[in-house]
Write a protein that binds this ligand. Structure first.
Ligand SMILES: NC(=O)C1=CN([C@@H]2O[C@H](COP(=O)(O)OP(=O)(O)OC[C@H]3O[C@@H](n4cnc5c(N)ncnc54)[C@H](O)[C@@H]3O)[C@@H](O)[C@H]2O)C=CC1
Ligand SMILES: CCCCCC(=O)/C=C/[C@H]1[C@H](O)CC(=O)[C@@H]1CCCCCCC(=O)O
Length: 261
């Protein structure tokens, strides 16, 4: 499906899962803004994508998503440059149990802020044309581990927030679909960062169990996560959906009991 004329903003898009998603969006002819903290990685990513897709299709904005004003400026710059916004992927995430407050800021607060900013630029409530938001959670929200308690809490939070906002979008006719994606282990730099005491603090003692779990459940390629993301972007029937991606079942959806009064 062509996303010609569509404009996407991807946080944490310079490497890992975000980078794979940016690649897929460009392959579908969208314009893409990569918002990332890592300047060197972001500039290298943009240079590679310019070489592959031509200049003018991809922009890099250096930004710490946990800085609310900077994130607001990144959204505004996107609209100033490309004239519109259609797709927002709140993907940036860290796993730092030592600086757990930062983990909450990046993984949860910034996802909430990124969703509200996306709505300001896309919702019919603000006179805009609609769009789609995908928030990145994790299978850690379903299968917890003592290795990463705060990371797990943030990923639970992302699901609850996203589902509630998806309901609000339907009830108040925002014209914006809001979904959440939960990958199992994915082969990215983040997955290796959880072996360091510097990141995990006292919980690093559980790292061998965590690694055994990786061997047991397998490790996914970022390209499969990008495939799931593209399905959430293009399937207009999906709102409030919780997509899981695992080695055993591939791309599938979590189902919930209907809410009773
Ligand atoms: N790799 C895995 O096994 C899994 C990852 N996830 C989630 O997927 C998302 C992406 O993770 P990966 O690609 O694996 O990580 P990664 O570490 O490979 O890439 C994350 C990107 O986010 C950027 N970033 C980090 N903090 C930032 C900040 N404050 N502001 C702006 N950019 C920032 C980094 O510079 C990096 O480019 C995260 O939300 C993560 O929790 C979910 C399940 C499994
Ligand atoms: C910090 C980056 C790594 C986060 C990766 C992740 O999401 C890990 C989740 C694990 C949790 O901490 C304990 C687990 O067992 C989770 C992995 C679950 C994979 C389940 C796959 C099941 C299946 O294949 O059916």
């Amino acid at each position: 499906m062509s996303l010609t004329e569509k404009v996407a903003l991807v946080t944490g898009g310079a490497q890992g899962i975000g980078r794979a998603v940016v690649q897929s969006l460009l392959q579908s002819s969208a314009k893409v803004v990569v918002v990332d903290l890592n300047k060197a990685c972001g500039e290298q990513c943009k240079a590679q994508l310019d070489a592959e897709f031509g200049e003018g299709n991809c922009t890099f904005i250096q930004c710490d998503v946990s800085d609310g004003d900077a994130l607001q400026d990144a959204f505004q710059s996107t609209v100033d440059q490309f004239g519109r916004l259609d797709i927002v992927i709140n993907n940036a995430g860290i796993a730092n149990e030592k600086n757990w407050e930062k983990t909450i800021q990046v993984n949860l607060t910034s996802v909430i802020k990124g969703t509200y900013l996306a709505l300001e630029h896309m919702s019919k409530e603000y006179g805009k044309e609609g769009g789609t938001i995908i928030n990145v959670s994790s299978m850690a929200a379903f299968l917890h581990s003592p290795h990463q308690p705060v990371y797990t809490a943030t990923k639970h939070g992302v699901i609850g927030f996203t589902r509630a906002m998806a309901d609000a979008s339907i009830q108040d006719d925002y014209g914006v679909r809001i979904n959440v994606l939960c990958p199992a282990f994915v082969d990215t730099p983040l997955l290796h960062s959880v072996e360091d005491e510097e990141n995990m603090g006292k919980f690093v003692k559980y790292k061998d169990d965590f690694k055994r779990s990786m061997t047991k459940f397998g490790v996914l390629k970022p390209s499969l996560i990008a495939e799931g993301m593209m399905r959430l972007i293009t399937d207009t029937s999906l709102n409030g959906a919780v997509m899981k991606i695992t080695c055993s079942k591939g791309i599938h959806f979590h189902t919930y009991e209907p809410m009773s009064a």
